[in-house]
Design a protein around this ligand. Structure first.
Ligand code: FES
Length: 154
């Protein structure tokens, strides 16, 4: 993350002195955009640069499920399994997607193309069940829609 420090310095100027911990979230987003995930060495570097305790960064990483701690495939398929989505067939959808791709939730296909994750509420309960592929939401999903979606991903 050292190459991001000049960007972080610019960002820091927008915050009042003494509020360095407020930079944790935007810096983690930028690190993940850059590397694809947040590595341990990124956490070490960010803590050292901000002068905040490691627990402060780790608790942000563990609370927000959008942060990844390991690499994912070209396509990161996240399927919500929270209440609204579960009531509208999320488990069937998760099972279908995993069978189709030949993976278990939380793993990546052998060719590195797809990672399937289950996540908590994606904030789109009214259109459950919901899948997010990379940054794009796909709502009111079912097995047929998931097949069509996955088929179109190159
Ligand atoms: S429960 Fe799935 S989007 Fe809210």
């Amino acid at each position: 993350m050292k190459h991001l420090i000049p960007e972080f310095e610019k960002l820091k100027r927008r915050y009042p002195a003494g509020f360095e911990s407020s930079l944790v979230l935007p810096c983690l987003h930028r690190i993940q955009d850059d590397r694809g995930y947040v590595a341990d060495e990124d956490v070490d570097g960010l803590c050292a640069w901000l002068g905040v305790p490691r627990i402060q960064v780790e608790e942000v990483l563990s609370y927000y499920t959008m942060f990844r701690r390991s690499p994912v495939g070209r396509w990161h398929v996240q399927v919500c399994r929270n209440v609204s989505c579960s009531m509208r067939g999320a488990e069937r959808l998760i099972g279908h997607v995993c069978r189709r791709l030949g993976v278990e939730p939380g793993t990546t296909t052998a060719d590195g193309r797809f990672t399937v994750s289950t996540v908590e509420c994606l904030g789109s309960c009214g259109t459950a069940p919901v899948m997010v592929v990379n940054e794009a939401y796909h709502e009111n999903m079912d097995a047929a829609k998931a097949d069509a979606l996955l088929e179109g991903l190159k």
